[in-house]
Design a protein around this ligand. Structure first.
Ligand code: SF4
Length: 353
């Protein structure tokens, strides 16, 4: 069996069906669904029976099984999913007028960020593009009418740059017309700072990029993100600077998880502003949700506010992002870890990327 729907690009559909019009019909059909079917229908409007039958023999539909659906008080919905034997997670985060869907790019992860729940799972397997797009569709189908799923962030389980071919394909599929037709700026791929992948992504994609920075010195960053020894801060920010010259319109975000007494001092705030000088990037400050055994803690709200004010008052665009769906463990790796009963995990006592 060849690649499954919904992982095919319009060009591939058009080739497989010997007509661009037929390829468009398939995308229109996908857009009319309220759930992914277990198998492709026997007939598809606008496609001849003969051509469609031949297509059905070569291509199936990705099957995601929801093993747990948790809804928090703020409406954030976390899906624990099983796909082809792997456990993964997807989160739907509602806001005014739109929802953001946070999807996983790998089952588990090879990286070892100290603060992350997913790393406890180890690496299980790469996800295919259709498994990423299917996560979006599942959450999209369930999004409220007044908050349609307009944004996608690759901030669930996994390091997207370690599965870049499939991530790039998923971004292409998510942004193609007539369906799902997301804007490039509405799709954000987040990286822990895997430099070769980041450079390639910045060359080959117009989607937004989020760099998970989390420290202002190499020494501290290497403590919380060991790969910093290979790809230090200056090299990562240098790649962002180079890309901003080529494509000044791209949205770039710097994610900064605040850890008490580790990276939350006034000196850190000043260094952060200095590091990002002349870089057109927005900083998202995220107070850490503690995870047992990491030795890392959440700063007080006063410290978070003071850090934010110090950064913002120096002209750096900066927002505080409070963790959503905390009581349902809506951060990468938490729910799967809870299901697998590792390390006495307690939902609500964990962390986010
Ligand atoms: S934060 Fe991201 S890159 Fe780091 S271990 Fe967790 S999933 Fe992997």
């Amino acid at each position: 069996m060849n690649r499954a729907l919904p992982g095919l690009t319009l060009d591939e559909l058009s080739t497989a069906l010997s007509s661009r019009q037929r390829g468009l019909e398939v995308l229109k059909w996908l857009g009319s669904l309220s759930a992914l079917p277990k198998e492709l229908p026997e007939l598809l409007p606008g496609v001849s029976h003969r051509v469609w039958s031949a297509f059905r023999q070569q291509h199936g539909v990705t099957q995601l099984q929801v093993t747990e659906r948790s809804i928090s008080e703020d409406g954030t919905t976390k899906y624990a999913l099983q796909v082809d034997g792997a456990n993964i997670e997807t989160v739907r985060i509602p806001a005014k007028g739109r929802s953001t869907i946070c999807i996983s790019s790998q089952a588990g992860c090879t990286r070892k960020c100290v603060f992350c729940a997913t790393k406890e799972l180890g690496f299980i397997r790469q996800l295919k593009a259709e498994e990423m797009v299917a996560q979006y569709l599942l959450a999209r189908f369930e999004a409220p009418l007044d908050a349609p799923a307009r944004n996608v962030v690759f901030m669930g389980m996994g390091e997207p740059m370690d599965n870049l071919d499939e991530v790039l394909r998923a971004v292409e599929v998510l942004t193609q017309s007539p369906f799902p037709q997301l804007r490039q700026q509405s799709v954000t791929v987040s990286t822990s700072g895997v430099l070769p992948g980041m450079v390639r992504f910045l060359k080959e994609s117009k989607a937004s990029l989020a760099l998970s920075l989390n420290a202002t010195t190499d020494e501290v960053r290497a403590r919380v993100m060991p790969q910093n020894k290979t790809w230090p801060i200056a090299a990562l920010l240098g790649a962002l600077r180079d890309a901003a010259v080529v494509d000044p319109d791209r949205d770039t975000f710097v994610e900064y998880v605040l850890f008490k007494d580790v990276n939350d001092t006034d000196a850190d705030a000043d260094r952060l502003v200095e590091l990002l000088r002349d870089l057109p990037a927005r900083v998202n400050l995220i107070p850490y949700n503690p995870f047992p055994g990491t030795g890392l803690e959440t700063p007080s709200l006063e410290r978070v506010k003071a850090f934010h004010e110090r950064v913002a008052s120096q002209g750096q665009l900066c927002l505080v992002r409070m963790p959503r769906g905390r009581e349902i463990a809506a951060a990468c790796g938490q729910l799967v870890l809870a299901q697998e009963g590792q390390r006495g995990f307690v939902p609500g006592e964990a962390l986010q990327r």
